[in-house]
Write a protein that binds this ligand. Structure first.
Ligand code: CO
Length: 228
């Protein structure tokens, strides 16, 4: 009897070892390996590379799925590849949270933009708790490659147009903070540094202090209140 149990165990172990890794497993592993890159991080400043013709394969589709999963996990309505540390021209927009409403494209370029513009507050997964008023065209026509590698044209307006433009900024290394005045940019940068230090500490990666700057008398704190 014992022998039979031993044999079953051995077979189960063997099966577990040789079990094929499914596509879903790979996407899951990708998601687990992805973290949102938080400002200030040089990766957010990289100008992303175009996806080349021969790169439109299943790996790219899995990458897009993983990116969309990370976005949903953070309750975002848009995400770009550099925000998970991948300097490729990929972005996903989803205003509803339903997977079938994903706008997922590579190599987007604006081919038309309305003269009419609007200013509205925007947030960004790489800037937790920061809102910046950004002035943008209200309608844009985008040309891009689908993940099948086909060239597609998208006409977007309102929030969709805004989010796509925001994500396209990321692909050029342009960030929310760049749309701010110098003074407010500095305020946000300080706030982000503090937040990042807190996050690192919480995750047990506290940076060793000590810098000559730290010995300088501190400037008066200014609160980054929302202003008009
Ligand atoms: Co963003």
């Amino acid at each position: 009897m014992d022998q039979k149990i031993e044999e079953a165990k051995r077979q189960a172990d063997e099966a577990a070892e040789t079990k094929a890794v499914t596509r879903a497993d790979v996407v899951k592993m990708m998601v687990q390996g992805m973290g949102i890159v938080i400002y200030p991080d040089k990766k957010l400043r990289l100008v992303c590379e175009k996806v080349k013709d021969d790169e439109f394969d299943d790996n790219l589709k899995m990458l897009a799925e993983a990116l969309a999963t990370v976005m949903r996990g953070h309750k975002g309505i848009g995400i770009s590849a550099p925000q998970v540390g991948i300097p490729l021209q990929l972005l996903i927009v989803n205003l509803t949270g339903k997977p079938e409403d994903n706008i997922a494209v590579a190599n987007p370029r604006v081919i038309e933009a309305s003269e009419e513009r609007a200013e509205q507050y925007e947030g960004c997964l790489s800037f937790p708790n920061v809102k910046v008023k950004v002035d943008r065209p209200v309608r844009v026509t985008i040309e891009a490659e689908s993940f099948e590698g086909k060239t597609i044209k998208l006409e977007l307006k309102g929030l969709g147009a805004r989010v796509v433009q925001h994500e396209m900024d990321h692909l050029e290394g342009v960030l929310l903070i760049d749309h701010e005045t110098k003074i407010r940019r500095d305020i946000i940068a300080r706030k982000m540094k503090k937040l990042k230090a807190r996050l690192l500490k919480r995750n047990g990666h506290a940076k060793p202090k000590k810098s000559t700057k730290a010995n300088k008398p501190k400037k008066k704190k200014r609160k980054a209140k929302s202003r008009s």
